[in-house]
Design a binder for this molecule. Structure first.
Ligand code: NAD
Length: 504
């Protein structure tokens, strides 16, 4: 249920101009750091009117498996901006991740995590790092589509879409433009995943060409993340898909100095959510020692998103000055670099006392020089000719010798469809397999039109009708084969829309 603002002693701004936002106080250290952040927002004149929502541990324990109640959904739908403190997911099964639920339900496609070193005021091995990770938030392996197909084999579908890739990559370039960033680096693994990561990379190259003033480069994720960890100062904006982004955004947060510092934004077409990157830290909850900086930085991102860039700069500069003055919470306190160890509430007071000032060594925040808010055009699908040219039939087959399976399938008598090859875990085992290849009970059998030659140029492919592939499957079934899955093989606009088997 929405709590009245004055019930927790934050008057906010009640003028007509005030922007209503949904605020989740969170669990563990959540309420402490949120109170500190709201107080700074109020004193900086952010003109926000918080509408408090119930999410997290109490809601989970009341029996709502997603950790959010209907009133919270209604408030979010109405006001479209969420400032969220971290929540605790109760131990044990049956509880769904609130963050995943919010991201997917609200279409929050972009996760933005800026991480900046505060050297020499906060110890880090990378004094010049100032990098923003922009991670696709909704698709990839996180689509959550998994199946056990045979006794030996489980699969997880990696879904990369053109609209999803276009949205996140264009967002990355627009972000670079809005926030005065110079370079965007794309990280993919398209040397292996030629279709999925290949699409992401292709879209990156297409969109990069529209932004000639911004440097663009691509790296393979393995070496890219290694270089990001060793020389983060060479990166500016990094854009990547969901799983890689999950990993690299934690790498940069870890090497910057403290998990208590960075904020993040989850951006959708209509709704946006801002939060600290850390969790609810139950080990220090209620002690008034938590660092509110992550949530303060998230609130700065929220103000920039709302176009309130002057207030965002004012708070960010006051925060930078507080860090420079050595006013530090316990997690970043060091005898050599700090002046005073403060509580969470005292840190907020120190930031408030410095509103209107600027740091002298650290770079001043200049969000107001950019545009702050980012608008994307709706996706336009281009029509391409789609031609069915074959089918991959996956069989659960307990035999060991692919030659036996291959010979049986060749003699099936499925009119007008011929066996092209069999692979096991992607490696060609028939015809002419290698006797050392290990085989499971999961066999991919590729059938194409009788006359077709996959190596032939596109116009020479023989089209396959749906009736033919149904007939093939019924022949397989009649012959006692256990079909566990099929994938149609298509060409799109004359391009092969499926990968070749290793060794094909
Ligand atoms: P955590 O980030 O809460 O804590 C990790 C360590 O960092 C702890 O030692 C903690 O004391 C310290 N720490 C974290 N934030 C700090 C801060 N602001 N100031 C000072 N020290 C800080 O991670 P965890 O312990 O793995 O998770 C605790 C709970 O948080 C779990 O229930 C988890 O599910 C949840 N969680 C929530 C979110 C979210 O709501 N976005 C994110 C991550 C974890």
């Amino acid at each position: 249920m929405s709590t009245k603002l004055d019930q927790i002693n934050y008057p906010g701004t009640k003028t007509q101009k005030a922007t209503k936002i949904a605020v989740a106080m969170g669990d563990g250290i959540g309420p402490e750091i949120m109170k500190a952040t709201l107080k700074i927002l109020e004193k900086a004149g952010a003109e926000l009117d918080p509408m408090f929502i119930n999410v997290g541990e109490k809601v989970y324990l009341s029996g709502q498996s997603a950790g959010i109640d209907q009133n919270a959904w209604d408030t979010i739908q109405k006001h479209k901006i969420i400032l969220k403190a971290p929540i605790t997911t109760p131990q044990g099964g049956g509880y769904k991740s609130l963050n995943v639920t919010l991201r997917k339900s609200l279409g929050l496609f972009a996760n933005i995590r800026p991480v900046q070193a505060m050297d020499p005021f906060i110890q880090t091995g990378h004094p010049n790092m100032d990098v923003v990770i922009i991670r696709e938030n909704e698709e990839d392996l996180y689509a959550g589509i998994e199946h056990q197909q045979t006794q030996d084999v489980v699969q997880c579908l990696k879904l990369i879409t053109r609209p999803g890739s276009e949205k996140i990559i264009r967002y990355a370039f627009e972000y670079a433009k809005a926030y005065g960033r110079k370079k965007v680096t794309c990280m993919v693994k398209d040397n292996i995943m030629k279709l999925t990561d290949g699409l992401f990379h292709k879209v990156f190259k297409e969109i990069a060409a529209e932004y000639p003033d911004i440097i663009s480069e691509s790296q393979i994720i393995d070496i890219g993340s290694a270089k990001l960890a060793s020389t983060p100062e060479n990166y500016d904006v990094v854009v990547t898909s969901n799983l890689y982004g999950d990993i690299v955004s934690d790498i940069v947060a870890e090497i910057a100095g403290s998990v208590g510092l960075a904020g993040s934004a989850n951006i959708g077409k209509d709704v946006a959510m801002f939060e600290a990157i850390h969790g609810s830290a139950p080990d220090i909850a209620g002690k008034n020692i938590a660092n509110p900086s992550g949530l303060i930085n998230a609130a700065v991102m929220m103000l920039a998103h709302l176009g309130k860039t002057d207030i965002a700069d004012n708070i960010k500069n006051a925060w930078l000055k507080t860090i420079e003055d050595g006013i530090h919470t316990a997690d970043i306190y060091h005898q050599e670099t700090s002046f005073k160890k403060v509580t969470c509430a005292e840190f907020a007071e120190a930031v408030i006392a410095r509103l209107g000032t600027a740091p002298s060594t650290l770079a001043t925040s200049q969000l107001s020089n950019g545009s702050g808010s980012i608008q994307l055009q709706p996706y336009q699908r281009k029509v391409e000719e789609k031609v069915l040219v074959g089918i991959d039939v996956f069989l659960d087959w307990r035999g060991e010798n692919p030659e036996v399976l291959g010979t049986e399938l060749k003699n099936l008598g499925a009119e007008l469809m011929k066996l092209k090859m069999i692979t096991n875990r992607g490696v060609k085992v028939f015809p002419h397999g290698n006797k050392h290849t290990y085989c499971t009970d999961h066999w991919r059998c590729r059938f194409v039109a009788e006359e077709a030659d996959i190596k032939a140029t596109p116009p020479d492919y023989k089209k396959v009708t749906f009736e033919r592939i149904l007939y093939l499957q019924s022949k397989l079934h009649q012959a006692g084969f256990d079909i566990i899955k099929t994938e149609n093989l298509y060409e799109f606009g004359g391009r092969r829309g499926f990968s070749l088997g290793q060794g094909e």
